[in-house]
Design a protein around this ligand. Structure first.
Ligand SMILES: C[S@@+](CC[C@H](N)C(=O)[O-])C[C@H]1O[C@@H](n2cnc3c(N)ncnc32)[C@H](O)[C@@H]1O
Length: 302
């Protein structure tokens, strides 16, 4: 399975700018692209932890990460459990952690997972197929209000009112079980050619509680970063990017008492790069999926 890790040379340069890589976490292991790069620069005694909610991806990554002399731990879990994962291994601080958010190319390319509008498949969309409700459960049971709300909040879908109403009408007479059945309803209720992609994005985010997991995990990861350690986050769409930006902002500014002007909580992080790091034209040509990627890297200073 071919897969191009996004912004890999930029991340490698940043990773190598610091020599200490005793504990490295790839919070979104995926197919192991970034993790393989990390492993190639790590030494005996170093520990690389790869986490993924998707056991299929975890198995692929396991077979792809080349031999490395470092200590490799692959964990089937959500990155929101990062504190427990580290505690179980008696790890107090981490030197580098990467979040490459969202879906992997394997999810889109697997015609049976229900993530892609290209394939007719059961409406599933769970990263972790061992637990939780499916996109079908959500589409068949959520209220019209909730469907509208999630399409609007998670994908800025302007036609959410029409699409939610159409879903609720359609399910009165038959079950909506597959991607193509849902697509037909979306296309019939919205003439916007981009609505299907946005609705699928919104359902996927809702089914996997993606933003809740990000919020929980990033706060925990920052608390575990060593002084001088770095957190790198790649986001892929504007809503995700806004969430990440708002999450890290208080750590960059600290807290100032509005009456006295004194610092109550000092800043904990500083930006490694003033501007967001974006893929080059060359990378976008080679790997169109990287087009919307935005990389933030922050260093713990306090
Ligand atoms: C964009 S892919 C990562 C690709 C990876 N960097 C590579 O080079 O192959 C995102 C991965 O994160 C996983 N994921 C999404 N949410 C997660 C979560 N809360 N905890 C752990 N893994 C998660 C997905 O299953 C997917 O495999």
């Amino acid at each position: 399975m071919h897969h191009d890790p996004v912004l890999i040379s930029e991340i490698e340069t940043i990773f190598l700018a610091r020599s200490l890589h005793h504990v490295v976490v790839d919070a979104t292991l995926g197919l192991g692209g970034h993790a393989s790069m990390f492993a190639s620069h790590m030494s005996p005694g170093d520990m690389l932890i790869g986490i993924d909610r998707d056991s299929d991806n975890l198995a692929i990554a396991r077979s792809k990460i080349p031999y490395s002399s470092c200590d490799l731990h692959l964990v089937h879990s959500s990155f929101s459990d990062i504190d427990t994962i580290l505690d179980e291994k008696w790890i107090e601080t981490i030197d580098f952690i990467l979040y490459d958010l969202g879906v992997s190319s394997a999810h889109y390319d697997d015609g049976e997972r229900g993530f892609s509008i290209r394939y007719d498949a059961p409406l599933d969309m769970r990263f972790d197929r061992t637990s939780g409700r499916t996109a079908r459960d959500l589409v068949m049971t959520a209220s019209e209000y909730d469907l509208r709300d999630l399409m609007f909040r998670f994908a800025d879908e302007k036609k959410s009112v029409h699409i939610a109403r159409a879903i609720v009408e359609a399910r009165k007479t038959k079950s909506i079980n597959t991607t193509f059945e849902l697509l037909e309803i979306i296309r019939w209720s919205s003439y916007d050619k981009d609505s299907p992609k946005r609705v699928f994005q919104a359902l996927r985010i809702a089914i996997n509680s993606e933003f809740e997991h990000i919020e929980i995990s990033i706060a925990k990861a920052i608390a575990k970063l060593a002084i001088g350690g770095q957190i790198a986050i790649i986001s892929f769409h504007s809503i995700e990017d806004r969430i990440v930006k708002n999450l890290v902002m208080p750590y960059l500014t600290g807290t100032i008492d509005e009456y006295t002007g004194q610092t109550i909580v000092p800043a904990r992080l500083t930006k490694y790069n003033k501007k967001l790091i974006l893929p080059t034209e060359l990378e976008i040509d080679h790997n169109p999926r990287s087009r919307s990627a935005k990389l933030r890297v922050l260093t713990r200073i306090n």
